[in-house]
Design a protein around this ligand. Sequence first.
Ligand code: 5GP
Length: 188
Amino acid sequence: MSDTHPNVYVVCGPTAVGKGTVLKEVFAHSDRLWYSVSATTRSPRPGEINGKDYYFVSRAEFDRMIADNRMLEWATVHKVHRYGTPREPVLQALAAGKIAVLELDLAGARQVRKTMPEAKQIFIAPPSWEALKQRLIGRGTEDAAEQERRLATARVELAAQDEFDEIVINDSVANATRKILHIMGINQ
Ligand code: 5GP
């Protein structure tokens, strides 16, 4: 593992910032990249696939995973559901020479900063607060109460962006992708 291009990257960013779209584009550029599929207690959104987008698990199963020390990190996100990174798949991916990408909330990023300080931490920021709000409302996948909760979380996350090694502004998918690939040392 080199100092400039470690094998673990944490990607954090507020709700609706476009993390999913940007990461999909980033992943299209290298076979070495490996996406850590999180476990969550929330229900799938239309089109989400168990084992690909998330491992959708019951609260009891999530409790068991924590008790068995099978989570690398976990957090309650937006004050409602729990999300966590299963540890074993990450270790296996690293052993296979992959570059692991962990998409986490702020609490998860902070935990990994302690347990895996060699991981590089990237924050994806919106061009503006207004743009973020419009994107969240525009995608229409959350009801008004959930939107409010997510915006409250987003405010806290944006205030913490300086904790990260790199801040990437998602002004366009192409720009954000290029910057992330550069940070990861992947040829474009
Ligand atoms: P969503 O419900 O929109 O898919 O995700 C909500 C939030 O959970 C996102 O900010 C995402 O980064 C975060 N998240 C997803 N997986 C994990 C995880 O494994 N651990 C932590 N701490 N946060 C996660």
